[in-house]
Ligand binder design. Structure first.
Ligand SMILES: [Zn+2]
Length: 344
């Protein structure tokens, strides 16, 4: 076979394999909760192949986190990330942006507006590096408000929180008095970037997934008390890596998720009180953790639901596949085991 012929055959095979990949999953939403060692990076890929990445992990480490994101994109069969949403400007969320942009095309960036922690050196550095990238003019840029729906197709992404503001009305299925407000202590207002997190509620078919970034306890109380504005949410990406500064009972117990996924590191997030909140949550079927939490001890979830155990880091992710009818499969990429849920 001459070179040109070989190339045609090779391209043909590639096209077939890509087509098969999409045909197999053509109706499902795929979500990759990527291990960025206690930061956040969650990739959503719609049936039509549109993508939304929530946060980019840490900088440095020879692009470790950006490489892990690109690897997840490859698994999903995409070669471009359409939307990158930055929840806020702490290093573990915005830090990976420049390295990611070097490795994969990005369409649009979404964020909450200017940085609130200008006096914090690391935060300001991460913010400035991101601003420099936006200033190239190569990317679209959206700064949405609570209540806005992002323009991604194939799933509905509703903004719940941004820039310290919260959605001001109850969603369908919400609006009931929240009995968990009285067992959630009041805490002082957080003044950091965390409380300005851009949080979203994703609706796909019959199911909803909540990701509020690092939104803090005080904002959760404003959002959920006295009335639960969100109603029941079957799948929760646990706020703030499972740190005790978030995950009030007023949020967690009121939305009573069936499946919660904590993007904690070995020594970041995964606080004992937060793990206990999830252990006590009656409606929860499984708490998943990206890492075994050293602080958590016996309060860690069952080992089969942990993607990275103690010892050398292997960067395993947690992969969700969701059908429009609400059938959820969660894969632990460490073990290859899949677990099925019927979300309702
Ligand atoms: Zn964080």
């Amino acid at each position: 076979m001459n070179k040109a012929r070989k190339l045609i055959v090779w391209c043909g095979l590639l096209a077939v394999s890509v087509a098969v990949t999409f045909a197999q999953n053509s109706k499902d939403l795929r979500v990759y909760v990527i291990d960025v060692e206690g930061g956040q990076s969650t990739l959503f890929v719609t049936p039509a192949g549109q993508s939304l990445l929530i946060d980019t992990g840490w900088p440095g480490q020879n692009g470790r986190d950006a490489d892990r994101i690109v690897a997840a994109a490859k698994k999903a069969g995409i070669s471009k990330i359409d939307y990158v949403l930055i929840t806020h400007y702490h290093t573990d969320h915005v830090g990976g942006v420049p390295q990611l942009a070097e490795r994969i095309p990005i369409g649009t960036f979404i964020d909450h507006g200017p940085n609130y922690e200008t006096s914090d050196k690391a935060t300001e550095e991460g913010y400035n590096a991101y601003q420099n990238l936006l200033a190239t003019g190569k990317y679209k840029h959206i700064v949405p408000k609570p209540g806005d729906v992002l323009p991604i197709q194939g799933m509905k992404v509703l903004v719940i929180s941004s820039n310290g503001d919260l959605i001001d009305h109850s969603l369908p299925g919400g609006g009931e008095q929240n009995s968990f407000c009285k067992v959630s202590e009041s805490r002082p207002a957080d003044k950091t970037e965390n409380s300005h997190s851009l949080g979203v509620l994703v609706t796909f078919g019959k199911t909803r997934i909540l990701d509020l970034g690092d939104l803090t306890w005080d904002k959760e109380m404003q959002l959920m008390c006295p009335v639960n504005r969100l109603g029941h949410v079957p799948i929760l990406i646990v706020s703030h890596h499972g740190w005790y500064q978030s995950s009030s009972p007023a949020l967690v117990d009121a939305i009573h998720p069936q499946v919660a996924i904590m993007d904690n590191g070995a020594t970041k997030g995964g606080s004992k009180p937060t793990l206990e909140t999830f252990q006590k949550d009656a409606g929860l079927e499984t708490l998943w953790q990206l890492h075994y939490s050293n602080e958590g001890g016996a309060d860690n979830t069952n080992e089969k639901y942990i993607a990275n155990l103690q010892g050398p880091d292997t960067g395993n992710d947690i992969e969700l596949t969701l059908t429009p009818a609400g059938a959820l499969t969660v894969l632990n990429s460490r073990t290859g085991a899949k677990f099925s849920y019927t979300t309702k």
